[in-house]
Design a protein around this ligand. Structure first.
Ligand code: ATP
Ligand code: MG
Length: 248
């Protein structure tokens, strides 16, 4: 099982939207996906109540630091990807989720407040990685980018971040009415009635490219990639084939 944590200490930066788009896109491709709603606001939990179809990923709420390892251990038996939607809190639960994530995504809109919230999230990720003495992969996800004026200012933001050696996903999440409509209507972009969501085709294309980028990051490094620092403590079994190879 691969785990993707989505965090930014600034409220409203697009964490829950990104979590839902990633999970429903991967589920639509046939992947077994679970969503962890770590936000007391419970937006994902409410979304799931709107459409209870088994085609959509299950949402697990009331997540605590005590319960998380067991939940992930249970999920790892039959889940390919778990997506964790974090609240804006910079707390032990967030730190634990970072240590258990194969990739931490930090959605960022082009504002100074969002950037400060993002740097607090990235600092906490670095703190966990330093203490665990293991890397945690992380990337900025540009969110709510205007579909019209995405060009110069966006390129500038990407260049600035990359110059600061921060990895940025190639695909930004564009501002789309369809992304809001999914939360009102339930289900996924693929099941959204045409009248509701503005340009659904473009939204689906954007969400699919975003998911492709995430999968590419998760797969980067191939078999040699390092597991999340805390994963062996809670759900990743040591690989018997590797243990055998070490003994030969
Ligand atoms: N790409 C987008 N296109 C259109 N609307 C968006 C987009 N991203 C986010 N929004 C809207 O912006 C608001 C905040 O987004 P979201 O809830 O995803 O942020 P958040 O970081 O999870 O917020 P919080 O910190 O409160 O949990 C919501 O109303 C959401 O519908
Ligand atoms: Mg949220």
């Amino acid at each position: 099982m691969r785990v993707v944590g989505i965090a930014n200490m600034k409220g409203g930066s697009g964490k829950t939207t990104a979590s839902l788009l990633l999970a429903t896109e991967l589920a639509g491709r046939g992947e077994t996906v679970a969503l962890l709603d770590c936000d007391p606001q419970g937006h994902l939990t409410q979304w799931r109540l709107l459409e209870r179809s088994a085609d959509q990923p299950p949402v697990f709420g009331n997540i605590t630091t005590a319960g998380l390892p067991n939940l992930l251990r249970r999920l790892s038996e039959n889940t390919g990807v778990t997506v964790i939607d974090l609240s804006g809190a910079s707390d032990v639960l967030a730190a634990m989720c970072f240590g258990l994530s194969d990739l931490v995504l930090v959605p960022l809109q082009g504002s100074a407040m969002d950037a400060r919230g993002a740097s607090r999230a990235l600092e906490l990720v670095r703190y966990v990685a330093q203490n665990a003495q293991a890397p945690v992969r992380q990337a900025i996800l540009l969110s709510r980018v205007s579909p019209i004026a995405a060009t110069r200012s966006l390129r500038h933001a990407i260049e600035t971040l990359r110059a600061a050696r921060v990895q940025v996903l190639d695909t930004p999440l564009v501002e789309r009415g369809a992304y809001r409509a999914v939360f009102d209507h339930g289900g996924a972009l693929a099941t959204l009635p045409a009248a509701l969501g503005g340009n659904i085709a473009n939204a689906r294309c954007n969400a699919a490219q975003f998911a492709d980028d995430v999968l590419a990051m998760l797969d980067a490094g191939g078999e040699g990639r390092k597991p999340a620092p805390f994963s062996s403590l809670c759900f990743r079994q040591s690989r018997p084939d590797l243990a055998d190879a070490a003994l030969r």
